[in-house]
Design a protein around this ligand. Structure first.
Ligand code: HEC
Length: 130
């Protein structure tokens, strides 16, 4: 909540407490294992929480669309912008796309090992069902 450099609540919250929805709500983080938490914190690009990765598309008509990659089903890509609005794009209209990436900063250089261990233990206690 209060770490000045890590600022987890700039992007996350736990249940309905103070925070933001840029990253996933961490209320059920404890249902995942400690090794997942460690990886999510020090190497965020390795696995991206579903629906929370960022992507940028360049369309054949020259427009670009960027936001959170929600899904790609039956050749329709859904992208969510910062206001929560969903844009649908037909896969065949896409000229170029970036890989889906995490906007979470890697915390290995920002937090001490002890702080990382404390966060992992804290996350392990969060077991609300979504
Ligand atoms: C700038 C925004 C930002 C900040 C700051 C941030 N995160 Fe994240 N975090 C994200 C985003 C976006 C994702 C989803 C993409 C991914 O999986 O990396 C994420 C994913 C996670 C996940 C994985 C969730 C899952 O369901 O797999 C955990 C755990 C996590 N963050 C914990 C933290 C902690 C703890 C901090 C503070 C030390 C923090 N984050 C700071 C944006 C952020």
């Amino acid at each position: 909540m209060n770490h000045l450099a890590a600022q987890c609540i700039r992007c996350h919250k736990v249940e309905k407490r103070k925070g933001s929805d840029i990253g996933p709500n961490l209320q059920s983080a404890g249902l995942q294992g400690r090794s997942h938490h460690l990886e999510a914190i020090v190497e965020p690009q390795k696995t991206i929480a579903e629906g929370y990765g960022s992507i940028s598309l360049t369309l054949k008509n020259g427009q670009s669309v960027a936001g959170l990659f929600k899904s790609e089903v039956k050749r329709v890509i859904e992208i969510k912008d910062a206001e929560g609005k969903i844009t649908k794009v037909a896969s065949e209209d896409v000229k170029e796309r970036t890989p889906v990436i995490s906007t979470m900063p890697p915390m290995g250089a920002i937090l001490t090992k002890r702080e990382i261990r404390d966060i992992i233990e804290y996350l392990s206690t969060l077991k609300s069902k979504k």
